[in-house]
Design a protein around this ligand. Structure first.
Ligand SMILES: Nc1ncnc2c1ncn2[C@@H]1O[C@H](COP(=O)(O)OP(=O)(O)OP(=O)(O)O)[C@@H](O)[C@H]1O
Length: 483
């Protein structure tokens, strides 16, 4: 198919509005004059075309709409500066219907070759998270674009916590070629926890056994941000822009995302994609849930209270890793490190266990950088989406002033936390924590886990996410100093 695209050549002069445009299909690119800068040519790779369709003749609303054989529209997407994508269209007219037909047929034939583009999407909407406007987000930004792309969307609005997870474990998904959600990290977490448990059931795998390798869900997932922090969406798409997220689903290209499975002594508690935090961030998640009516500001309020409270938690952490140090290499689209880790030959390198104990203000295991608008570089700026490793950040108990330094660094676009004297970072494939029974709680992708003693293991690229990833770009300035 790729070679057919490379071979097709078309060249025609059309009318676009009042302007004449010479448009060429050559080497998989559609090239035409740029209206604003006539000396410039505009070029759109065919991979960025959403759909191509005949226009309709204008008629009275009571009449049956008729196709206009002299005019058609190319719907496409282009990247603005940075990670954001925008939707655009080019309307073209010609006096010869053969010319129009030849373009429509050729482009539609090419688009048919993109077999990974989903045609039937199961979309879960969480009406409870974030600003409680997930349905409005879908109606405003998603519905029209999916219509343009010819994606048939089945919308399922969740009625209660864990309903999405339960649905995915037990329902037939054969009709769908992708599953997506509009919601925050908790909603995404329901999605992949449901899909992995479903796969375990179908393959007779005991999910509670940490030594089992977990099966990869066959269906890819799309993530449309509609929560409070939307860390997972931000780290994957590089932005929480909803149009960008919808276009990533439409394109059908995918990347592999690691998941981390968390166990107590006997069972799998859950899988997480962003961060597992004990101490400060565990307490903030637990405490802030009572203030959900404040919306995203609940994190600032609880964050301040827990910062001043400055509690320390005693514990011992065992880390399983092959590396002493964290490589300072951020994850970006087409990341070579993630590509090599996802290959079947990526061997489990010579790892060893080491133990660290003490009194901690916070312990975080970050599977991704955890960048978001509140923390532009995230707690683990060099954590990769799919390298089979998580980054452990251990913050020793110290003064309130030092806690404040830590939070200011986390909310800054220019600094990182690991050079602070009371912070240690490790990469790990697995870790195990033992703490005081009356300790903190674990915050797992924003959801509370009440067990103190846990074991966590990274599952390399267990999930397939519909996204082309994010280019490396300047982080946005944080909106506030809380995290
Ligand atoms: N209809 C519902 N009623 C109550 N809770 C729900 C419903 N649907 C889903 N949930 C739960 O809502 C919780 C919050 O959702 P989500 O995490 O998506 O939003 P958020 O917490 O505002 O965003 P973020 O996690 O990005 O900060 C999740 O635990 C999810 O399981």
């Amino acid at each position: 198919m790729a070679s057919d695209i490379q071979k097709s050549v078309l060249l025609t002069s059309f009318h676009s509005g009042k302007k004449r445009v010479k448009i060429i299909l050559h080497k998989g690119n559609i090239v035409w004059d740029n209206e604003k800068l006539p000396s410039d040519k505009k070029s759109v790779p065919i991979e960025n075309v959403i759909s191509v369709e005949y226009n309709y003749k204008s008629c009275h609303p009571s009449e049956i709409r008729q196709i206009d054989p002299l005019s058609f529209t190319i719907h496409y997407a282009e990247r603005e500066s940075g990670p954001k994508w925008i939707y655009k269209k080019l309307l073209l007219k010609h006096t010869d219907p053969q010319q129009v037909s030849s373009w429509v047929k050729t482009l539609q034939a090419h688009l048919k070759g993109f077999e990974k583009r989903p045609k039937h999407l199961l979309l879960f909407v969480n009406p409870f998270g974030g600003k409680r406007n997930a349905m409005q987000i879908y109606e405003k930004f998603g519905k029209r674009l999916f219509d343009v792309a010819g994606v048939e969307v089945t919308v399922n609005v969740s009625q209660r916590k864990d309903q999405i997870k339960d649905y995915l474990i037990s329902h037939n998904l054969e009709f769908f070629d992708a599953v997506a959600c509009v919601g925050g990290d908790g909603t995404v977490s329901e999605l992949f926890n449901g899909l992995v448990l479903r796969e375990c059931r179908q393959n007779g795998i005991d999910a509670d056994d940490i030594n089992q390798s977990l099966p990869k869900p066959k269906i890819p997932i799309g993530i449309i941000p509609g929560g409070s922090t939307d860390t997972i969406a931000y780290c994957i798409h590089g932005t929480t822009d909803v149009t960008t997220a919808v276009l990533q689903i439409i394109f059908g290209d995918s990347i592999g995302l690691d998941l981390v499975s968390v166990y107590d002594e006997h069972t799998l508690l859950r899988l997480f994609a962003s961060v597992l935090s004990y101490g400060y961030l565990g307490d903030v998640a637990y405490h802030s849930d009572q203030y959900r009516w404040m919306g995203p500001h609940r994190y600032d309020f609880s964050g301040f209270k827990k910062l001043v409270g400055n509690k320390g938690y005693r514990g011992e952490i065992a880390v399983y890793s092959e590396n002493e140090t964290v490589a300072e290499e951020p994850c970006r689209e087409n990341c070579a490190r993630c590509r090599s880790s996802g290959s079947p030959n990526a061997a489990d390198l010579a790892c060893k266990w080491r133990t660290i104990s003490g009194n901690f203000f916070m312990i975080s295991g970050a599977n991704i950088s955890c960048a978001c608008s509140r923390s532009p570089r995230g707690i683990a700026p060099y954590s990769h989406l799919g390298d089979g490793m998580l980054h452990l950040v251990l913050v020793r108990h110290t003064s309130v002033l030092n806690n404040l330094r830590l939070l200011l660094r986390l909310s800054s676009a220019n600094s990182k936390v690991d050079d602070l004297p009371f912070v240690e970072t490790f990469t790990a494939r697995e870790f195990c924590f033992r703490g005081d029974e009356r300790g903190s709680r674990w915050n797992c992708d924003g959801e509370i886990q009440h067990q103190t003693n846990i074991r966590a293991k990274v599952r390399c690229q267990l999930l397939t996410i519909l996204s082309r990833g994010s280019p490396i770009c300047e982080p946005v300035q944080s909106k506030c100093c809380g995290i």
